[in-house]
Design a protein around this ligand. Structure first.
Ligand code: FNR
Length: 188
């Protein structure tokens, strides 16, 4: 069975390390997983004033999430939390009240940083948000990737064998998790 995974890159940087990581994860994933990036770059800042009439860009964003079996978050850490753009996107997806796009949607969290704790604090913060949004999360394995220079090429090729194995194993577990969630919560 093919499963459709949407992924968010938490960074808007044109030279994002997390985008390189996302490309690597797509390359190393089991063949049963198909990937599409869900961009949040063009969303305005969320306000409840939009709830009565969501703009097309936000409706398309929510539709993109709805069409997926699972969501993978690949995010940097900004000031010990997640970047504001990513939080804004999650807020958009969670509303209008009663139409939360993340409810019962399988999710996984990963990220990379040049710092040695490898986005651990941001991931913990994101997990709290996703818990409130009722997204079943893969709890283990966790993945805190310290980005040493050259670790992943622009094309998503990992240059360290132990990291390749680690990331391949992470995606194998994510596949198994998606299968389990879909068994309990089938497509509608
Ligand atoms: C950072 N950076 C950072 N790194 C970290 O490990 N913990 C942190 O709290 C922060 N805080 C932070 C805030 C802001 C505003 C910026 C711009 C950066 C450094 C960050 O890890 C580094 O810039 C990465 O390259 C960001 O990921 P992308 O954009 O390359 O994917």
């Amino acid at each position: 069975t093919t499963y459709h995974v949407g992924y968010f890159v938490g960074s808007l940087s044109s030279t994002s390390l997390n985008r390189k990581l996302a490309k690597a994860l797509v390359r190393l994933a089991p063949k049963e997983l198909e990937f599409e990036e869900i961009s949040f770059r063009d969303l305005p800042l969320y306000s409840p004033d939009f709830d009565a009439n969501y703009p097309p860009v936000a409706l398309a964003f929510k539709d993109a999430i709805a069409s997926k079996d699972a969501i993978l978050f690949v995010t940097p850490e900004y000031n010990r939390s997640i970047p504001g753009g990513l939080k804004n996107a999650i807020d958009w997806a969670s509303r209008p009240y009663g139409t939360n796009s993340f409810s019962r949607k399988a999710a996984a969290v990963i990220g990379t940083s040049p710092g040695s704790i490898g986005t651990a604090v941001a991931q913990q913060s994101l997990r709290s948000v996703l818990s409130f949004c009722n997204a079943p999360q893969m709890n283990a394995p966790e993945a805190y990737i310290q980005f040493t220079p050259g670790l992943i090429t622009d094309d998503g090729e990992v240059t360290v064998d132990s990291t390749t194995d680690f990331l391949r194993n992470y995606m194998a577990h994510f596949h198994a998790f998606i299968v389990r969630v879909r068994t309990v919560l089938p497509r509608e």
